[in-house]
Design a protein around this ligand. Structure first.
Ligand code: C5P
Length: 245
């Protein structure tokens, strides 16, 4: 069964997903409460493992939509079970590794749809992770013995995921325009590596501003430290929204 696509964000705040990295559950909820326009948060492995599934409900009780970024990669039955559980939690976006293969991706997608419908919850959008940007071309080829260049391997995995019914992907600023050309809307493209003009790139190698990323075809932006580490997170969030307005 096909995924239920997330519609194009109607307002700037709907396009921005704030990554709640490096904080405990109390700090995560405090930050969320400090951003009145906030619609989306990303819960990654660090926060989820520390806080447990209850953090998803707590954030939802604050009126937020949760992107559960746990990057599932396993055999088909386990991928299906994990996505079923994540959908029952009410997560609205869930990451899965495309390298798990077409059968596992299709099983994950079907399980997420079934579980959400059974629980009368919105059907989440599964997002394919292709190649982690921490890989460099040389070590990727040598350590994994994959001969195909990275720039071909990424679109290959995205196409594999789309063919399995996955309705979106996470992509770096390097990849967003070419993936958008291959996967028109309503395919969801979520892009991290976003830095508002004037903010430090930090450990991100290639960055786009919020407006550049949307112009390149991103449907949603993941923004972490430029907001969460700002002395005034509400002002930083508002500035990102203003840039997109
Ligand atoms: O703080 P910053 O804006 O760099 O946070 C970006 C978020 O997106 C982090 O949660 C990070 O793990 C994630 N991410 C990334 N680059 C990728 C994939 C995910 O920065 N290629």
């Amino acid at each position: 069964m096909l995924a239920e696509p997330i519609q194009a964000p109607p307002s700037p705040a709907d396009a921005i997903i704030v990554a709640l990295d490096g904080m405990d559950p109390e700090a995560a909820c405090r930050l969320a409460r400090a951003l009145p326009e906030l619609r989306w948060v990303k819960v990654g492995l660090e926060l989820f493992v520390a806080a447990g599934p209850g953090i998803v409900s707590r954030l939802q009780e604050l009126g937020l939509q949760v992107f559960l970024d746990l990057k599932f990669h396993d055999i088909p039955a386990t991928m299906a079970g994990a996505c079923r559980s994540a959908a029952r939690l009410g997560a609205r976006m869930i990451t899965v590794h495309a390298a798990a293969g077409g059968r596992a991706l299709a099983a994950a997608q079907a399980a997420a749809v079934d579980a959400a419908q059974e629980a009368d919850l919105p059907v989440p959008t599964l997002l394919a992770v292709t190649v982690l940007t921490s890989w460099e071309a040389d070590s990727f080829a040598a350590e994994l013995a994959i001969g195909e260049p990275l720039e071909h391997y990424v679109p290959r995995l995205a196409a594999l995921a789309a063919a399995a019914g996955i309705a979106g992907a996470v992509c770096s600023p390097h990849e967003v325009s070419s993936l958008r050309a291959a996967h028109p809307a309503p395919f969801t493209l979520v892009t991290p590596g976003i830095r508002p003009a004037g903010s430090a790139a930090g450990d991100q190698r290639r960055v786009l501003t919020p407006a550049q990323a949307i112009a390149a075809g991103a449907s949603h932006l993941v923004i972490g430290r430029p907001i969460t580490a700002s002395p005034d997170p509400a002002a930083a969030f508002a500035a990102c929204c203003a840039e997109l307005a």
